[in-house]
Write a protein that binds this ligand. Structure first.
Ligand code: DAH
Length: 338
């Protein structure tokens, strides 16, 4: 039987050595090691081997099985290597890969991030309020009477329950003062909505950044200094800023702030960028009335407020001639800011 086993081994090694494909190799494995294979058949002969030879024959059997298994595995690895090499033959793995499309921030997000970071450095904390507001927070508390044009049906988006899409972020001034006591130094960026005709400088959904500073003896000088510093920090130390007397119900005195816009291909012109002023005592009185205390006693404290158009800031920062570009989401436009 030892001779028979040796012969099986020799046959197997010879046969496997000649094989050049994976199906033939599998067939050879079945022929020699499978349930009905030659080695299995031969091992059935163990029964007839005299007892004193069983150990030797058993060892031989194991040796042959191991030898054949090893040769099969080596052959299999070699065949797989050949197959892989063939698959890669037509591929050049050193070629640069196809570029993946890269995302980027919207220009408005860039402007917002920059504005917020400058104002935070100046000590303003972020505040927020809902976009769907009560008339009281949006108008009454801000000293804006019933017959004020801003409250008109044709200027404002009203809901049936009397609430409205806030027409400005100034409502966050009220939200904040109802929750906190002075000193208050907050900014509130967010969306605002008006029934405006859409054109190059107006959108019906737009973005503002509100600011409010209430403390003991806050003055107009603080307001001017803050805004001038802010705009120069954002647009450079040579930025031209202009304060024009104006009227807002919630500030007295009030101003509009203009910046010089240098849009590509257009003559430089002043563009209105913000409203601001010294908080009207009537606003503090409304807040205290609602709070039921005297936290905002106008005899004790004062404040300034401002609200600027973020979309217009983006126009100036990037020389964008038309606000509509900001909402059309044309990739050719947006790509320039990524
Ligand atoms: N809310 C005003 C607007 O939307 C802007 C504004 C003006 C905000 C004066 C203020 C302010 O805080 O003091 O046109």
């Amino acid at each position: 039987m030892l001779a028979e086993l040796e012969e099986i081994k020799t046959d197997a090694l010879a046969a496997i050595g000649k094989i050049d494909n994976e199906p033939d190799l599998e067939q050879a494995r079945v022929n020699f090691l499978g349930k009905k294979g030659r080695l299995t058949a031969a091992s059935a002969g163990m029964r007839d081997v005299p007892k004193e030879q069983k150990k030797d024959v058993g060892q031989k059997l194991n040796e042959v099985r191991t030898a054949i298994t090893e040769v099969i595995e080596e052959k299999r690895a070699a065949l797989i290597a050949v197959r892989d090499a063939a698959a890669f033959a037509s591929v050049d793995p050193t070629l640069p890969s196809r570029a993946l499309p890269k995302g980027g921030l919207h220009p408005l997000t860039h402007v917002l991030n920059e504005a917020v970071s400058v104002l935070r450095r100046m000590g303003f904390a972020l505040a927020e309020g809902p976009e769907i507001e009560t008339e009281w927070n949006c108008f009454d508390a801000l000293n804006t009477p019933e017959d004020h044009p801003a409250r008109n049906e044709s200027d404002t988006f009203y809901f049936e329950n009397g609430k409205l899409l806030r027409t400005h972020t100034s409502s966050v001034q009220i939200q904040t003062m109802l929750k906190e006591v002075p000193p208050v130094r907050i900014i509130a960026p967010g969306s605002a909505f008006r029934r405006d005709e859409i054109d190059a400088t107006h959108l019906s959904a737009f973005h503002q950044l509100e600011g409010l500073y209430v403390d003991k003896s806050v003055s107009l000088a603080d307001l001017k200094g803050t805004l001038e510093y802010f705009f120069r920090e954002i647009f450079g130390s040579k930025t031209e800023v202009r304060f024009r007397p104006h009227f807002f119900p919630f500030t007295e005195p009030s101003f509009e702030v203009d910046l010089k816009l240098h849009a590509t291909g257009k003559a430089a012109k002043w563009i209105e960028i913000a409203g601001c002023g010294i908080v009207d005592p009537a606003v503090f009185e409304a807040v205290d009335g609602k709070r039921g205390d005297a936290a905002y006693d106008p005899g004790e404290i004062s404040g300034f407020a401002f609200g600027m158009g973020l979309d217009r800031l983006a126009m100036i920062m990037y020389g964008i001639p038309d606000l509509r570009l900001l909402i059309e989401n044309d990739v050719r436009f947006l790509k320039q800011f990524a």
